[in-house]
Design a protein. Structure first.
Length: 292
């Protein structure tokens, strides 16, 4: 039987740490101290009598037991959110056009769309997954109701913003050849990450070439895993069983940070507001204002 001391707040903190792989980052986003968050995670381990985390050079990652519990914790939180949404819902129906930047369309956001459908089955979703530049163009043409994209591609105030840290990664057995230009795996142009990657390498005086371009995160992951080159990925996209994070000591620039935002028009329908409420629960802690 699960302990009554394992509340939803404790589960949300646990899921956040697992996703971001950093106690300090989650603590900063939630306005808490790292020591208090660390104590909370140790308390959870004590209640479950299992080690849930292990420390690595890439931060904290879930153990096998931690991965198992993460699945249950995510489902418990999803059911709770779904129950509240159902109890509060009126007969909401209609279409929502959602633009998602391909590079940050993680499993968490996909799960959020699933919860939105279960809570409001009469909502029709039109999801556009594209690179950021194309999304910015669609937004300017009023082709989207909601958009998740870098703040640099649109001139508008976001409902909430957060930072995505991009880490230099390669295959576990990849060997950097100092005598050759760096082989890069990158999104196809035009892409903000690709541009930032190249600018950082040029500033560092590092020779490079694009070894492979892809339109999808899964394409980049496969290329990196198979040793085609190094690339930039957010922590949640790094497959630790087949990839390793490169340190600046090998001549690479510091990890890059890109700010993203959730955008919606000022005048919006009830169905769009319902979609925003669900999405906000799965986004990283906000640094900007949230809708009332």
């Amino acid at each position: 039987m699960i302990s009554e001391q394992i509340g939803l707040d404790l589960l949300r903190s646990y899921v956040a740490v697992c996703r971001q792989r950093s106690l300090s980052r989650v603590a900063a986003q939630t306005g808490r101290t790292q020591s208090s968050l660390s104590m909370q995670m140790r308390r959870l381990e004590g209640l479950l009598e299992r080690q849930l985390f292990q420390r690595t050079g890439r931060g904290v990652v879930p153990t096998a037991d931690g991965e198992l519990f993460l699945g249950y914790a995510t489902r418990i939180l999803a059911l709770g959110d779904e129950a509240v949404a159902r109890l509060r819902q009126t007969d909401i129906g209609g279409g929502v056009r959602i633009g998602l930047a391909e590079e940050v369309t993680t499993a968490a956001l996909s799960a959020a769309l699933g919860r939105l459908h279960r809570a409001y089955p009469d909502i029709s979703l039109d999801a556009v997954v594209e690179h950021s530049v194309s999304l910015g163009q669609l937004w300017s043409e009023d082709g989207l109701d909601i958009m998740i994209a870098p703040t640099s591609v649109v001139v508008a105030d976001a409902l909430t913003t957060w930072n995505v840290e991009l880490q230099w990664v390669c295959a576990l057995d990849y060997v950097l050849d100092q005598e050759r230009p760096l082989d890069l795996v990158a999104f196809a142009a035009p892409c903000l990450w690709r541009r930032r990657m190249i600018e950082a390498l040029v500033d560092a005086g590092q020779e490079h070439r694009i070894a492979l371009s892809s339109q999808s995160v899964t394409g980049l992951q496969a290329a990196i895993e198979n040793g085609l080159g190094i690339g930039l990925l957010p922590p949640e996209s790094v497959r630790t069983a087949s990839m390793r994070v490169l340190k600046t000591s090998v001549g690479l620039p510091q990890p890059l940070t890109v700010q993203y935002g959730l955008y919606a028009h000022d005048r919006r329908t009830q169905v769009v507001d319902a979609a925003i409420d669900v999405l906000l629960k799965d986004l990283p802690a906000a640094s900007g204002p949230r809708p009332a």
